[in-house]
Design a protein around this ligand. Structure first.
Ligand code: GDP
Ligand code: MG
Length: 441
């Protein structure tokens, strides 16, 4: 998948501008990527539409490649949707005892996550935590929580056989108050599928417990299904946040995007394994990279850019070796200089340019100067750029006016171009250019 995206972006980087067709092609691939990452169809569709609106409105910045731009727009939009209103990591657990209700389907990781969260609050915030299992359905479910509680060093409610979930909830509340606990976790029973009995039980427990937080635990590998689960639970019980488990698996994490987009509820934590410390706060940028199928999207972008620059440099080098150096070449050079920390930095890297460097310093070269020069070249016609000898007085006036500068500025640029062209010719012959360009990369 990342290969597919990679090749599209590579194709994009080879072209100069971001056309509507380019964007459409890239977005088709993005849509496929989202669907393969288990993002639900309507969410993927909306997402692509949002990106399209943003991409179409943008012209390609000169310093970045079109592919990079599309990647960035997609990436930023993913983060925007995933992050929602911003970080929502802290659980509301003031006013002790604060009750946290854990809900979700069977096997989603509720009991494990309950213990992980308890450990986190106990170890990192020094909270007194009480755990209670309301799972009267599954044999040994209560013992499982009891064992995990002991393992992470927090208390659990003593097990009384034969109680109903609501009876346990009442007893747990009383115990939490009497015992002076800061936080009470209620680990509810799940079912394999959502049914009325499950929802009724969770609602009854909720009414007794009056939780500060109701966390939905969802298996991050279930993809599209996760959205239905989230919608159901939110509608019937009301949730305040989501924990995605099994994010250590091969899943692409598309559930995260769907969940955010559909429920609007923040993803609080992600489960990254079976161990008790394998719980992390939710990082939108990490998940964004994962959904796109690129472990590290930034690396890809950089690689694309590198390829582009290497190609461009090679093309230029060939021209220089033939003694060719027109205004387009100068413009590329100027842009490169801007990127590489200005004139001083660049000149310092080129062998035999000490004199030029000094001259540049004397002439007061800086980034502003480079930008003005680029503006001047931008005001030239194609023909003029290819052959600066065409520049008679009237043309010079037009160019200066077009870039908001003086003819004297233009004359200085032309003089500089001539000097550089002469130098390129000499260096090209001596093969020094190759070494210099290599150093620049
Ligand atoms: P519950 O039925 O919702 O209470 O689910 P459990 O907490 O009993 O978890 C079911 C299984 O999933 C257990 O074997 C857990 O160890 C495992 N599990 C839970 N969270 C994660 C996770 O983030 N990653 C992995 N790899 N396994 C997990
Ligand atoms: Mg359980």
């Amino acid at each position: 998948l990342s290969e597919r995206l990679g090749s599209v972006f590579e194709r994009l980087t080879k072209q100069g501008a971001l056309s509507d067709a380019d964007v459409a092609t890239a977005l088709r691939e993005v849509r496929v990527a989202l669907l393969e990452a288990d993002v639900s169809l309507p969410v993927a569709r909306d997402f692509v539409a949002a990106v399209q609106a943003k991409a179409t409105g943008q012209s390609v910045t000169k310093s970045v490649t079109p592919g990079q731009q599309v990647v960035k727009i997609v990436h930023d939009e993913l983060i925007r949707v995933l992050a929602g209103d911003g970080p929502a990591d802290a659980l509301k657990i003031d006013n002790p005892p604060a009750c946290v209700l854990m809900v979700g389907l069977q096997g989603s990781g509720k009991t494990t996550t309950t213990a992980k969260l308890a450990k986190r609050l106990h170890d990192k915030q020094g909270k007194r935590v009480l755990l209670a299992s309301l799972d009267t359905n599954r044999p040994a479910a209560m013992e499982q929580l009891q064992i995990l509680a002991a393992q992470v060093g927090v208390d659990s409610l003593p097990i009384v056989k034969g109680e109903s979930a609501t009876q346990i909830a009442k007893r747990a509340k009383a115990q939490a108050t009497m015992g002076g606990y800061d936080v009470l976790f209620l680990d509810t029973a799940g079912r394999l599928h959502i049914d009325e009995a499950l929802m009724a039980e969770v609602q009854a427990v909720r009414d007794i417990a009056q939780p500060r937080e109701t966390l939905l635990v969802v298996d991050g590998l279930t993809g599209q299904d996760a959205v239905n689960v989230a919608t159901e639970f939110d509608g019937k019980v009301g949730i305040t946040g989501v924990v995605l488990t099994r994010m250590d698996g091969d899943g692409r994490g598309g559930a995260a995007l769907s969940m955010r987009a559909v429920t609007g509820k923040p993803i609080r934590f992600v489960g990254m394994g079976e161990k008790m410390d394998a719980l992390e706060t939710f990082e939108p940028d990490r998940v964004a990279g994962r959904i796109l199928g690129m472990g590290d999207i930034v690396a890809l972008v950089e690689k694309a850019q590198e390829n582009f620059e290497a190609e461009q440099a090679e093309r230029m080098m060939k021209r220089f070796q033939k003694g060719l150096f027109n205004m387009n070449d100068l413009k590329s050079q100027l842009e490169q200089m801007l990127k590489m920390g200005g004139m001083q930095g660049l000149m310092g890297m080129l062998p035999g340019m000490g004199k030029m460097q000094k001259a540049a310093q004397d002439a007061g070269f800086d980034d502003k100067m480079l930008r003005r020069q680029i503006a001047l070249i931008n005001s030239m016609t194609k023909k003029e750029r290819a052959n600066p000898d065409l520049l008679a007085a009237s043309r010079k006036k037009r160019i200066a006016a077009g870039s908001g500068l003086d003819v004297s500025d233009l004359n200085r640029l032309l003089k500089q171009h001539k000097q550089m062209a002469d130098m390129m010719k000499k260096m090209g012959k001596g093969g020094m250019m190759k070494a210099a360009m290599k150093q620049m990369m």
